[in-house]
Design a protein around this ligand. Sequence first.
Ligand code: SF4
Length: 207
Amino acid sequence: MNLAELQAALAACRKCAEAGYFIGSRPISAVNPGATFMIVGQAPGRHEAEVTQRPFSGPAGRRLFRWLAQAGFDEAEFRATQAMAAITRCYPGPHPGGRGDRVPSRAEQALCATWLEAELALIRPRVLIPVGGLAIGRFLGNDRPMTALIGERFEREGRIIVPLPHPSGASQWFNMAENALRLERALALLGQLREQLARTLSSGEEI
Ligand code: SF4
């Protein structure tokens, strides 16, 4: 299956609804062939589901792209050339307690995992940017607190991983001054990788 066929199959996916789980949108993600950076979030939010059908286009996405601008990324160029995925691709609906969006269940995560695995195998992005605890746990495990991972660079299965906090939940996180420094370090790492990849892709060198 090539990437276009995979995306067509993903767009038609109704596995969660067929298994009896609530989904509040069609699958939402945007993955370009040849992407070297891949953002992986938790799941689309209400704005993406009800207004734009584009990943990371609501308030949290705008905040994320303001962060990425500090690392030198242009949002329009990133959307046109890179990859934006999530642990689950359909809007999971509001949190039953009224606090933001519902976290997809383990069963929903398991149903959706094949899409991410297939995209990773087809695109082979060089740098993964997991955003928020669910995505960070998928790539780096859950044995260390998220805070201890932000600002660090990891290597797993030939990929570089630079985790970021989830922008929708980061306001309180920034109450601790050292966390702002952790984010600054993470964005500096991403800026270095962006520059290194831009320099070396044409020469075929590895970073
Ligand atoms: S969340 Fe994933 S597995 Fe579930 S219906 Fe949407 S695309 Fe399919």
